[in-house]
Design a protein around this ligand. Sequence first.
Ligand SMILES: Cc1ncc(COP(=O)(O)O)c(C=O)c1O
Length: 452
Amino acid sequence: MQVKILLKDSEIPKTWYNVMADMPTPPAPVLHPGTGKPVGPDDLAPLFPMPLIEQEVSRQREIPIPDEVRRIYALWRPTPMFRALRLEEAIGTKSRIYYKYEGVSPAGSHKPNTAIPQAYYNKMSGRKRIATETGAGQWGSAMAMGGCFFGLEVKVYMVKVSYDQKPYRRMLMESYGAKVVPSPSPDTNAGRGILSQDPKSPGSLGIAISEAVEDAASREDTSYSLGSVLNHVCLHQTVIGLEAQEQMKLANDYPDVVIACCGGGSNLAGIGFPFLRDKISGGKNPRVVAVEPSSCPTLTKGIYAYDFGDTARLTPLLKMYTLGHDFVPPGIHAGGLRYHGDSALVSQLYNERLLEAQAYGQTSVFTSAVIFTRTEGLLPAPESSHAIHAAIMEAKRADEEGTRKTILFNLSGHGFFDLSAYEDFQNGRLVDYEHPEGKIAEALDRLPKVEA
Ligand SMILES: Cc1ncc(COP(=O)(O)O)c(C=O)c1O
């Protein structure tokens, strides 16, 4: 039986798949925070180069991947798909479990799939410098690598709790030549404001985004770059699902359920959107499932409303599931899943019941991560471990129902820089947090007022 399902280099996709071409209802517009009116390309031009703004709003179904980007993708793409036979045996399931492994990229996750094209389009558009944020450091490492490949200076605002938990990620970013500061930092008005209220703030992605946006908006040579959430980021990630579809054909199988962890939604979009295309066209009916931490349950407990993407209210308003732009999640180890909002595309598709969502606590997630390591050999990132746990739960449910499912999940990254999380788990120091119901009502009060 085939354990490893590989494609040839020539099979790296030549186009990205744009789900906006096939959505049953047009995507909700992005609004200007001052006027409440839809933003135009000129509003976004201080932050992003024009080719990325065009991709952000394009309705073209297939968007060509530049040759130079494909040549760099070839350093690690096509990524392998595995049939998790040893995991299946260990949990005693009749279901078939496959996973697509994105941890083979040089930076260790799916994030370079968008860092490379973002760096490429910035370079082509004459920008010299990039300001960005990072949670656990996976995105910062990817952008640091992208910047160094294209000769761009990179400044990374790294969420303070992760800066302290994951020093090796900072060292990797610095090895690529990036400058890294803990966020909140004294370098921006947004950071200074937070520090004056709470000098010990653990930081959050929302705060770090404020700092990076402010940095980019204040310098002409600098673009802002985001590692998730935005439409063009989801677009770039679809190489994962497009390859996975070819690999499922080689395995002579098709997933009943496609699973990915969800922070801002980009790896879920990456593996899920190409399969959703089959669902929307009515050809097949896969379930696509987002998995989030119960401490930051954006889809499962958040509100679907217009909100800011950042804490200091600098970004345009996105219609998304949100826990409130000033929500600071507990310092769980899956730092990349600590975001108050979600991709607008993922949110709308979830609202229209084309996607499902589940939330789990970190102790059960780490229990599954360790089962996976002991059977498949790979040490998964804490974020990716949410997808592993959900896949195991799906398989167990299918066994209880007496059915046999084909389950595909995205293993978005390795956990070699997350060893302190495994140490905490092994020493019983991890605790589960539930998002208190009262906080949702409080967040609702502080949402920006937008006309219906
Ligand atoms: C390994 C890994 N997986 C998943 C995520 C979550 O991001 P997204 O939801 O955009 O895929 C992150 C974010 O930092 C990550 O580092």
